[in-house]
Design a protein around this ligand. Structure first.
Ligand code: PMP
Length: 300
């Protein structure tokens, strides 16, 4: 089953199901590349500068030269959004090492490949979104930073996929991943927050999480609203005994969690989740209006 959508590749926009890459692309052969997932609302990419900067950082970290400037990328993103059938959707910006001989050596790949897709992405169905999802804590640990730094948003997601397979096998919708020390790092494709005695807590990225853009927005919104919030190292115990738990991500947006490893969270969706969701919706609306007025999308 192919997703519906459009794709910019090789300088032109084509229907998503007709877009093609080479079988010798090292992105396909080795997961050698980086990517971003970006949502757009009302025809405006949400948090575009932050996403493009993270893409640039991921690319630098793997010594991959982006084939376009961030300004050019922003223009391509705009083109793809305009070519898409709906003003709301999900973008995937992918930069692979490009095509090369079969050995892993990235130096043998002459030209990185840039791909920008627009499609729809629904991480969970509406019922789960309303009632909360079931999660497990996966046995698969998050890769340590001295192996593959979790801040690099690379095309190699097998670590997360192994955790997700565990979730699937136990009938849960998401897997939380621990770091090598046994503390909570993040979900398989999202960051995790808990509420404990009125305080909003999320693991620091140094505990093995991607520096999620949604996570950052939620932290800023909570601080601005005067909600007690801080980064804290969390053990499975803290999740099991939390008042609320929810996930954040571009794909996920905000998803409440109702159960972790068979322990029910007492409040789902809880009052903090509802408040943060309102603030988040407000931030999306505000950026959309600013974007229409031509501000807020400046990239360096
Ligand atoms: N962690 C991982 C492993 C992810 O793949 C994602 C989704 N990009 C996130 C966290 C959430 O990050 P963001 O809010 O930037 O989408």
């Amino acid at each position: 089953m192919t997703a519906k959508g459009v794709c910019w590749i090789g300088g032109e926009v084509v229907p998503l199901d007709q877009a093609r890459v080479s079988v010798t692309d090292h992105g396909l052969l080795y997961g050698d590349g980086v990517f971003e997932g970006i949502r757009f609302y009302g025809g405006q990419a949400f948090m575009l500068p932050a996403h493009l900067e993270r893409l640039a950082d991921s690319a630098r970290a793997i010594a991959l030269a982006l084939p376009r400037s961030l300004h050019e990328l922003a223009r391509i993103v705009e083109t793809v959004i305009n070519a898409f059938e709906s003003p709301e959707g999900y973008l995937r910006v992918v930069v692979t090492r490009g095509s090369g001989p079969l050995g892993i050596n990235p130096a043998s790949c002459a030209r990185p490949e840039l791909i920008v897709m627009a499609s729809q992405l629904q991480m969970v169905d509406e019922r789960s979104r309303a009632q909360g999802i079931r999660a497990i804590i996966a046995a698969t640990r998050r890769l340590p930073p001295d192996g593959l730094d979790p801040r690099i948003k690379s095309l190699n997601y097998l670590n997360h996929i192994l955790a997700r397979i565990e979730a699937n096998r136990s009938g849960a919708e998401e897997a939380l991943m621990l770091n090598q020390q046994g503390y909570v790092a993040e979900g398989s494709a999202d960051n995790v927050f808990i509420v404990r005695r009125g305080e909003l807590l999320t693991p620091p990225t140094s505990d093995g999480a991607l520096a999620g853009i949604t996570r950052g927005v939620v932290l800023d919104l909570a601080r601005d609203a005067g909600i007690p919030v801080r980064e804290a190292t969390l053990a499975p115990y803290d999740i099991y005994t939390a008042d609320e738990c929810f996930l954040t991500g571009t794909g996920a947006e905000l998803i409440p969690v109702r159960e972790v490893d068979g322990r029910a969270l007492p409040q789902c969706p809880g009052p903090m989740f509802e408040q943060i969701t309102d603030l988040f919706r407000g931030a999306i609306d505000q950026q959309r209006l600013e974007g229409r007025a031509g501000a807020g999308t400046a990239v360096r």
